[in-house]
Design a protein around this ligand. Sequence first.
Ligand code: AMP
Length: 218
Amino acid sequence: MKNIMFIAPPAAGKGTQAELVVEKYHIPHISTGDILREISKEDSELGNYVFETLASGKLVKDEITYQLIEERLKKKDCQNGFIIDGFPRNINQAIEYDKILNKLGYKIGYVISIKMEEKTLEKRITGRRICEDCHSIFNINDPSSAPQVESVCDNCGGKLYQRNDDNLESFQTRYQMYLEKTAPIVQHYQQQNVLYEVNGEDTVENVFKQIDKIIQEN
Ligand code: AMP
């Protein structure tokens, strides 16, 4: 199985699609956002810095992400493929990622860019809910991914919560960060001939069909 990277604006459904890939292909899902959210709970200087940066919608310092990505990719479960979500977020991280892959003997795999309009993203961001226990992702503004019972996880019955950076103010900063810093890395991967695009303006199921087709056919 080739590795998979998602590049997409905030709330385009990277996490949800990654969960579906994990379910079908049983490869680990590595999300820098998830790892950083765990670090942000720690009562330390690093924990406090990460907590405040995440809440502001800005990016944490590159060096912090390099270390955590390399440590995670060294684990045995990554040897048969993995999904990387949320990294790289800028061109420096993309260049460093090439080096880390090289060092560990891994290939880049599929780079999947999920395209979406800003208006749709705004609607999604305020509706996103996450399970406290199993981390499943729902959206109360999207009938194809709304929970059956309000605030309750369909998968495990856990309580759903809203991320503290899922508000319109933080979204504006995160979206600007995406346009300025993350979108330009698409070209980096186009040049390596590993870029695939999917239309995110569809149901969760149909977006997954587009992704699965790329995996099956390439
Ligand atoms: P995400 O869950 O991918 O939306 O990420 C949530 C937040 O974590 C972002 O708004 C950033 O503050 C931080 N973050 C995640 N990945 C990175 C990264 N590769 N570089 C810097 N900051 C990141």
